[in-house]
Design a protein around this ligand. Sequence first.
Ligand code: F0G
Length: 454
Amino acid sequence: MMAEPYRIKVIEPLQVLSRQEREKKIRQAHYNVFNVRSQDIYIDLLSDSGTGAMSQDQWAGIMLGDEAYANCRNFQNLEKAVNKIFGFKYFMPTHQGRAAENVLFSSIIKPGMVVPNNMHFDTTRANIIANGGIAMNFPCKEASRPFKNLPFKGNMGTKALRAFMSKNHEKVPLVMMTVTNNGGGGQPVSIKNIREAGRIAHEFGKPFFIDACRYAENSYFIKQREPGYKNKSPAEIAKEMFSYADGCTFSAKKDAIVNIGGILAMNSRSLFEKCRDRLILMEGFSTYGGLAGRDLEAMARGLFEGLDEAYLESRTGQTAYLASGLKEAGIPVVWPPGGHAVYIEAKSLFPQIPQGEFPAQALVIELYREAGIRSVEIGSIMFAEPDEHGKIHYPKLELTRLAIPRRVYTNSHMDVVIEAHKKILERKEKIRGYKIVKGEGPMRHFIAWLAPVK
Ligand code: F0G
């Protein structure tokens, strides 16, 4: 296994609170870890978004920020990077991924329209709903088999997509594909599946967009797992992936290893003009999109670093290290591990907790109690939805996600996480569920207050 292809120059001290203090903090946070203060956390695996450590080259770039209002040098540098890596004709920076989503969807969705995706992540789904649309998922069959060892469980169910498109294409403004599939265990999507989904969209005359947050990690998995790609670089694979699409939304907070930033890119001139007008209204002029010049520079440089093969090897190696350690300890880990996070299937871990009492959230809370670890629920708090008759539909997978920030933690931290799980396993039968006492809607996972079920 590749050790980190860098060494540590700057450190940020951490403190560990006592168990008693942690008990108090989680209660005061109403059992929602979004409310816990950062300084009260030991190992923060809430998100891999905007939490990465920038390189010396990125920090040096920050000092070269050109803060002119229009067409600054850093925009030009970013343009060169985006043209080289993504290869779409037009692009605009945005302050993060969801801003790109909102600019795109508010330009293209009319009320009642349906956007298919292999799996929408939370903000994507919410931005579609907020613009009057319906977000539909078409995961492949293997996506709901968390422990089956298959290479591309992030794939789109293309048969179901084709069947849906042949009946409903008039209602579809665009088809999307999320790489890697964050809602579904961080699993990658194969080039073959991307090509096929693009072909289906085009057959019905619809644009095909990639939600490209973790495109570099996805490219690395293609290199490792898809026949014919072993000798290609992640950059070459990414270029091919994007060649099947008409555009992308991108949160640079992931694979461009910056703390803030995003991109919206496309080939259509008329769509670009529409989006640009929305961008100027919502984000800022089209050469800065809600960011400072220095942020654009860090993004331009980070884009290349995120594609570096040695980095991707150590990155995915660390995720696999954590996943293997947990699996050996007897934790039901989604397998194979994804790129940016390890996912635990909490229904199998806590069979005594019904899905309506949020087993994945129960693990999130236990991890904080046990060792000051912050993880996130990707289960029924995030995705359960009532239908028009008020019946609640639960997601197939009830996941707790341990998202690993890029270049931040060492494998010793991962060992602490593994040990904490072993301790929780010892008392797993005693763990109970939670109920929501305040906060509803598609963003309730961020804001809800919870209480233990008696
Ligand atoms: N799409 C996917 C697949 C994502 O994972 C995210 C963010 C976004 C879009 C939105 O990007 O945060 O820059 O606005 N996911 C983060 C996470 C928040 O923790 O998984 P953003």
